[in-house]
Structures are given as structure tokens and as C-alpha cells.
Design a protein around this ligand. Structure first.
Ligand code: F0G
Length: 458
């Protein structure tokens, strides 16, 4: 017998209190944070959907493993365990531990990048793009056309446009294409998966032109869940088998372990090419630490070695994806436009369609982020022209292709009643949408401005 309620497949052993707040308090907190929720204190937030990164609850097995952390500088037992766990999953011979994903990006893309080089991706995540551009290189996004259609039910909207890929490689010259980065799932494109068929075609093209293929694999367990569910021929394979098949197509992988590996800190870079691995190792030692710990303590490596396996657990993944779908389906029922189908780690609200009276240069996504906090104490993140907008020569905004707000689900942290509360807040958001006004930016840094920008209400 199949019951329709999908329960959290865990019991809660340790709790962390949530501080409740009033509407009046939140109005003041938001003003003090210059209308940028990144600048709020976490205890001013009731439900924190800012990110699924580093926010997981660890299991008893992870906590127990941490007690065995070997803090030796070189060749620690914890490193041997971690190296094996990463090797078992990725099959790659050279493994470099880093403290998080962007440290691995910094190492690889500094080495490969520089002026005149191009990186091509389904969609570069913001830190990926920033690391590439910081090196002087250019980052080009080529998601498939279907990715722009928010209503079709095509399951693999995370795919990369392989026809465009070949055209671009010929246009730039293969020698100038530093790497093709396949981000699974495609975080900035709705958290939607990449099919195995697409990964195979990307791999084939990369091999044909001798271009490096990198898998940005921080949500590869969730991506494998979708392939298992929706791609023909994968129903009898395990989630690990599916991930391994995808790693086998790539020349390198970068993982922010703060996502599917269920740890609060950690990451790695894996490579097949020895010369490239040696060059990256030099940078690793200069910036992160010795090659057998990177930026990690022994106890971090222990937790990561366990989390890398737990993240593929079938019961966990089923609950994980179901709870994201539950949130998405219910807020859609309230009338709120979202990216469809619903992705793995987050629900993406189409703020441009919800607040169609707010022009893009008044940042409709930021307006929604502020409303969610004000009404319900919910913290979310804008993925639109605040994050990806640029200025033209006259200081006019070149908007991002989409104005989204991401509700990212921390792993194993919130229960169904928390999610039901978020849905109720969205009912109110929908009722009051016509009165909401836009924002302007008062202060911003040159790179990754969304983290620290100050806004003013219009
Ligand atoms: N690649 C992708 C696809 C990511 O989503 C992230 C981080 C990174 C790389 C960088 O990893 O944070 O460990 O340095 N994404 C987080 C997010 C921050 O909220 O989506 P990191």
C-alpha cells in the first residue's frame, strides 16, 4: 500500500530554536539591512531559504565520524577515507580537497583562464562566472531554448545547447575555449537537471575538439534522481551508478560539497590529466593548504566522506525531491508563477510575472525577496538583474535574462509544517502583489554585488 503523505525519513535528535518576530520588528530589521536580506542576522529570520549550501543537518553517523578526525598535517587517516570516497564516486585519479566549491573554481579557472579565453556552460553559477571574469576570460551561457519556457513540462531544461556549443567552438577556435562546464543540476537556470543524453553529446563534442569538459557536480545526486525518474533506460540503475556514468564522460569535476554531500563546509577538484593536476596542486598549496587536506580539518573530511554516500540514499532523495515539489506545487496553486517543472533543491518564482507592474530596472525580484521577509520572516535570494545585471556605457541597466527569486531548501532541516507556513505566506504575497513597489541600488561593489549592495525603496 502506498500512502500519499511523504514523511521525513529521519527523527530529530537535536533541535535549534527559531526566534519568532513581529511584522513591525521585521520592517525595522529590513530597513537596517538596507533591504538586502544577505545583511540580516540569521536570528532575525524565521524560515531561512537563502541557500541549500552548507545548511544541511548532519546525521548521527557524520557527527560520530567527526570524532575520529585525524588532524595530522600530511597523509591523515581522514584524508585517506575522503580520497577513497571521492575516487569511488568520480573515478578520477587526481583529487584535490578545498574548503568549498569556489576555492576549487579559483584554482582551476585561474590556471585555465586569462584574457582571450572562453568558458562555455549551460549556465555559470555566480561564483563560477566571477572567478572566470576575474581571470580576464569570458563566460558564455548556452542553456537550451526550452529553458526559457516556464510552462512546458520538458524535464531536462538544465541541458546545454549542443548545436550552439559546436558553433561557438568553431567561432572562438578550440584552442581558445578553456573549458566547457556542465553544471548539474543547473542552479541558476531553475535547479533543473541535465540528461545523460545531453552530457554524452557535450562529452563527444569536447573530445572531438580536444576541449576540457568540467562537471560542476554539487547537486549530482539530485540530478541522478531526475535521470532515474525521467530519462528512458535509467529506471533500473542506482543513483550512484548514474552519477558514475556521468563522471566518466568528464575530464574534471568541481564539487561544492556543501550541497549534495550534506556537510556544512567542504569541496574538491578532481582531474584526469596529470600535468593539469600538478599545476593545480601548486595553486592549492599556495592558497588552500597541503594536498592532503586543502582547506579542511580532519573532522570536516570525515563528515564529508560519510555525507558523500548518504546524499545518494534512495529514501533521503525521494523525500528531498518530494518536499521541494510539494512547496512548488502549492505556491503555484496560490496563483504564483514559478519555473516549471520544479527543480531539486529549490523553487524559483518568476518575480517579473508576479510583479508585472515593476520594470526590470526597479528589480522585481528584490521586491519579492523583501516582501517575503517582511510578511513571513522568510529569507530568499534574488536571481535576476541584481545578481547578473550589467551596466552599459551610459550607466543604463543591461538586465539579466530572467527575474527570479529562489526558495532554496536546506537538506534535512525543515519539516512539512514549516513548508506549509511558507505556502500560507505566499497566499498573502499573492493577495497584496499589486501594491508592491520596486527598489533602486544605492551602493554596490564591482563583483558579486548582490551580497553586499544597499537598496532604497522607491
Ligand atoms: N557551483 C554551483 C552550481 C553552485 O551552486 C555553487 C554555490 C558553487 C559552484 C560554489 O560553491 O559556495 O561552495 O563556494 N552555490 C551556493 C548557492 C552558494 O546558494 O547556490 P561554494
Amino acid at each position: 500500500m502506498q500512502f500519499k503523505t511523504i514523511i521525513e525519513p529521519f527523527r530529530i535528535k537535536s533541535v535549534e530554536a527559531i526566534k519568532m518576530s513581529t511584522l513591525e520588528e521585521r520592517v525595522q530589521f529590513l530597513r537596517d539591512a538596507h533591504y538586502n536580506p544577505f545583511l540580516l542576522n540569521a536570528d532575525q529570520v524565521i524560515i531561512d531559504l537563502l541557500t541549500d549550501s552548507g545548511t544541511s543537518a548532519m546525521s548521527v553517523n557524520q557527527w560520530a565520524a567527526m570524532m575520529q578526525g585525524d588532524e595530522s598535517y600530511a597523509g591523515a587517516k581522514s584524508w585517506i577515507k575522503l580520497e577513497k570516497a571521492i575516487h569511488d564516486l568520480t573515478g578520477m585519479p587526481y583529487i584535490l580537497p578545498t574548503h568549498q566549491g569556489r576555492a576549487a573554481e579559483k584554482i582551476l579557472y585561474t590556471h585555465l583562464g586569462g584574457k582571450g579565453k572562453y568558458f562555455i556552460s549551460n549556465t555559470h553559477f555566480d561564483t563560477t562566472r566571477a572567478n572566470i571574469e576575474f581571470s580576464g576570460a569570458t563566460a558564455i551561457d548556452i542553456p537550451v531554448e526550452e529553458a526559457k519556457n516556464y510552462v512546458s513540462s520538458y524535464p531536462f531544461k538544465g541541458n546545454l545547447d549542443t548545436v550552439k556549443l559546436e558553433v561557438l567552438i568553431l567561432e572562438y577556435g578550440a584552442a581558445n575555449v578553456a573549458a566547457v562546464i556542465l553544471t548539474v543540476t543547473n542552479n541558476s537556470g531553475g535547479g533543473l537537471p541535465v540528461s545523460m543524453e545531453n552530457a554524452k553529446e557535450v562529452s563527444r563534442i569536447c573530445k572531438q575538439y580536444n576541449v576540457l569538459m568540467v562537471l560542476d557536480c554539487c547537486r549530482i545526486a539530485e540530478n541522478s534522481f531526475f535521470i532515474h525518474r525521467d530519462e528512458e533506460g535509467y529506471q533500473n540503475k542506482s543513483y550512484q551508478d548514474i552519477a558514475q556514468e556521468m563522471f566518466a564522460l568528464a575530464d574534471a569535476s568541481i564539487m561544492s560539497a556543501k550541497k549534495d554531500a550534506l556537510v556544512n563546509m567542504g569541496g574538491f577538484l578532481t582531474l584526469r590529466n596529470e600535468t593539469l593536476a600538478e599545476a593545480c596542486m601548486q595553486l592549492l598549496i599556495i592558497t588552500e593548504g597541503f594536498s592532503t587536506y586543502g582547506g579542511l580539518s580532519g573532522r570536516d573530511m570525515e563528515a564529508l566522506a560519510v555525507g558523500l554516500v548518504e546524499g545518494f540514499d534512495a529514501d533521503y532523495l525521494h523525500y528531498r525531491i518530494s518536499s521541494t515539489q510539494y512547496l512548488g506545487e502549492h505556491i503555484q496553486k496560490c496563483g504564483v508563477p514559478i519555473i516549471y517543472p520544479i527543480g531539486g533543491h529549490a523553487v524559483y518564482v518568476n518575480a517579473k510575472a508576479l510583479y508585472n507592474h515593476i520594470p526590470v530596472n526597479e528589480y522585481p525580484g528584490q521586491a519579492l525577496v523583501c516582501e517575503l521577509y517582511k510578511i513571513g520572516g522568510i529569507r530568499s535570494v534574488e536571481i535576476g538583474s541584481v545578481m547578473f545585471g550589467k551596466y552599459d556605457a551610459n550607466g543604463g541597466l543591461i538586465p539579466a535574462p530572467q527575474e527570479l527569486v529562489r526558495l532554496a531548501m536546506p537538506r534535512r532541516v525543515y519539516t512539512q509544517s514549516h513548508v506549509d507556513y511558507v505556502i500560507e505566506v505566499f497566499e498573502e504575497i499573492f493577495k497584496t502583489k499589486d501594491h508592491v513597489k520596486g527598489y533602486k541600488i544605492n551602493k554596490e561593489p564591482k563583483f558579486l554585488r548582490h551580497f553586499t549592495a544597499h537598496f532604497e525603496k522607491l
